[in-house]
Design a binder for this molecule. Sequence first.
Ligand SMILES: [Fe+2]
Length: 377
Amino acid sequence: MFRHFNPVELYFGSGTLEKAGGLAARYGSRALVVTGRSSMKKIGALDRLLEVLEEAGVAAEVFGQVEPNPSFATVDRGAQRARDGACDLVIGLGGGSPMDAAKAIAMCAATGRPVADFFAGGEPEDALPVLEIASTSGTGSEADRYLVLTNQETREKQGWGHRLTYPRASMVDVDLMRAMPPRLTAATGLDVFFHGLEAYVSTAATPLTELYAVEAMRLVVENLEAAYEDGENMEARTGMAWASTLAGMAIDGGRTTLLHGLEHPVSGHLDVPHGEGLAALSLAYLEFILPACPEKCARIAWLLGEEQAAENSIEGLRRLLQSVDMDGGLAELGVTEEMVDRLARDAGEARRLLETNPRPASLEDIRRLYRQSLEGG
Ligand SMILES: [Fe+2]
């Protein structure tokens, strides 16, 4: 028996940003536009969004303060802005950080509660409708209920999701992705690959999430290097964008696993890009789970262009990382031997991500995985 549920109305392709006005008007009349500090403004996407909203008769104000790895404090400030402005709709514009912040702001604005309440186990009784406009191919946040935030005091970074945090509609506009520089393309593209890989090996996988996950991995292998080498290659950009959305749908039901559990403390404490942390941990992780799911690892090897045998998945992954210059270790990101205990403690607390891992991991296993990942592969 399995259940599948994903209520997000999705617009995918070139120029989908233009749909935002009509969609916004369907859900509200005053929008809070949640975005990062500069890139969407720089490429003209923010101005164009404000124009299409105005044409559709939707008033808008901009909350343009979302940092990478957004904090609880940023979300609470955004929610206050939405309440002060009597906003009845939240629009996330950008990569995973603004899209995740938009989901959280919508929930906090509707309930009047600080976001920490929900991370401590509280249930939201309501949330404002959310539209997401994706500008990177990475998180898949446009297609799932999840949001990842960092508690700025403890530096703990955690994922959270609820049936009320699904976007009502999402626009994946591949034209916006042209602006991603190569290193961001590589890091976000590897995040996509690991969403596919983790959803595939997860104990929560279903026949449908496996289908999405396998196709997402295949598309990354086919397109990531080309998008990294030439950001104007729109065929590769489109392949990566579709991979990202599919992978988002895969983790919505199949969830992520220990690899994400290991990475969140790294980007929580060091503020490094999520995809770079995943890349640095991925070889040790794959080696760790391999004995628990050899058939799936054999399929992963095949998807990576190797002969279909479980142990070949390691070499295939190493080649994928090297193809986009992401084969460094955790030490290059600033992790030291002394930090391992603290990181392992935080990772060990992410129960939900340990639950879905195909192989149970003890605290000692987790410490070993961090140590093994200090130097690159
Ligand atoms: Fe991720």
